[in-house]
Design a protein around this ligand. Structure first.
Ligand code: NAP
Ligand code: ZN
Length: 346
């Protein structure tokens, strides 16, 4: 099946229309007619070559929402007409300890990414900036009724990437959580942590988005460009989720953790971050990382969002506005996720 898509032809080049081939629907596959595809900063890191060489042309997009239009003979999990989602992962071995434990994203043989990855049949995966995709049914999520489709798309990456560490590190009543960076991931972290009952503080570069941050559910909002922020908030937080796509001064942020506090890095800048061990040993603090989340947890997150009436704050764009949207994300001028209406890919 040949479908319309948008691809980066080479590292750092603007995205442009392309026609790509989707595989035949196999026995355990579903064919999805895509409606919305979110733009994640990871798409930009990938096509700009920040994370190393890529198999160009690359069709990005791992925040996919659409409708099932065909299912393989063995599929029982989804039916034609269901509204579904696909995140960052379209396959994994299914047999290793991590896959069996529900952490398919940490598959010991390597998860298969939704784009720019080698699929199990040896072909290169292509992502959601396209009209259709064929995905193994076990990696396809159900999108509950009640969440708008465009607002649901970013949950498939930004949502699960922040939900997973908030759950793992116990965000809830009585916990003080800080979110560093109010972009796509950051704004979901604020909404989710607030819905879990935690006390939430935004740490943004400036106060420009303060009103939004408080409306999204934050209790406090501070500018990290103001050095007094780091004095005022010293030893305050139980958990800090760092969503920043660039290098930050880790030691300064570790100083904001209470004894036994944890700073979880979900931001994935290409450059290494350095840490002075005294920032950790001085308060029995932890520095951790977290990557998206497993399939069952992703479904739990979608159901949690439906229950709490949460979705992303989105700006829906046509496919030919993708390059402009990338520039705005890079300038921290996203409010708070761009989502492509893939019906514009005609
Ligand atoms: P985004 O929408 O661009 O948000 C990042 C935010 O970080 C910006 O809005 C900005 O917030 C802040 N920021 C940007 N540059 C900064 C700088 N130089 N110094 C300080 N703060 C800065 O990006 P995103 O889509 O949320 O993704 C964020 C990062 O997470 C990316 O590196 C992405 O690749 C990574 N990611 C990781 C996973 C995972 O599984 N771990 C999954 C998805 C994405 P303020 O304007 O509020 O300061
Ligand atoms: Zn992403």
């Amino acid at each position: 099946m040949r479908v319309n898509a948008y691809a980066a032809p080479a590292a750092g080049q603007p995205l442009a229309p392309i026609v790509i081939e989707r595989r035949e629907v196999g026995a355990n596959d579903v064919l999805i007619e895509i409606q919305y595809a979110g733009i994640c900063h990871s798409d930009i890191h990938t096509v700009n070559g920040d994370w190393g060489p890529q198999p160009f042309p690359v069709v990005p997009g791992h925040e996919i929402v659409g409708v099932v239009t065909e299912i393989g003979a063995d599929v029982t999990r989804h039916s034609v007409g269901d509204r579904v989602g696909v995140g960052c992962m379209v396959n994994s071995c299914g047999e290793c300890t991590n896959c069996r434990g529900g952490d398919e994203q940490y598959c010991q043989k390597g998860m298969v990414g939704t784009y720019a990855a080698t699929d199990r049949d040896g072909t290169t995966t292509q992502g959601g900036y396209s009209t259709h995709v064929v995905v193994d049914a076990d990696y396809v999520l159900s999108v509950p009724d009640g969440i708008d489709g465009a607002a649901a798309a970013p949950l498939l990456c930004a949502g699960i990437t922040t939900y997973a560490p908030l759950r793992r590190w116990g965000a809830g009543p009585g916990k003080k959580v800080a979110v560093v960076g109010l972009g796509g991931l950051g704004h979901m972290a604020v909404k989710l942590a607030h819905a879990m009952g935690a006390e939430v503080t935004v740490l943004s570069q400036s106060l420009k988005k303060q009103e939004d941050g408080l409306r999204l559910g934050a209790d406090d909002y501070y500018a990290t460009s103001d050095p007094s922020t780091f004095e005022h908030l010293a030893s305050r937080f139980d958990l800090i989720i760092n969503t920043v796509s660039a290098r930050i001064d880790l030691d300064a942020y570790l100083g904001l953790l209470a004894v036994d506090g944890t700073l979880v890095n979900v931001g994935a800048p290409p450059e290494p971050l350095s840490v002075n061990v005294f920032s950790l040993i001085g308060g029995r603090r932890s520095f951790a990382g977290s990557m998206i989340g497993g399939i069952a947890l992703t479904q739990e997150m979608l159901d949690f969002c439906a229950e709490h009436e949460l979705g992303a704050e989105v700006e829906v764009i046509a496919a030919d506005q993708v390059n402009e949207a990338y520039e705005r994300v890079l300038a921290s001028d996203v409010r708070y996720r761009f989502v492509i209406d893939t019906s514009t890919l005609v």
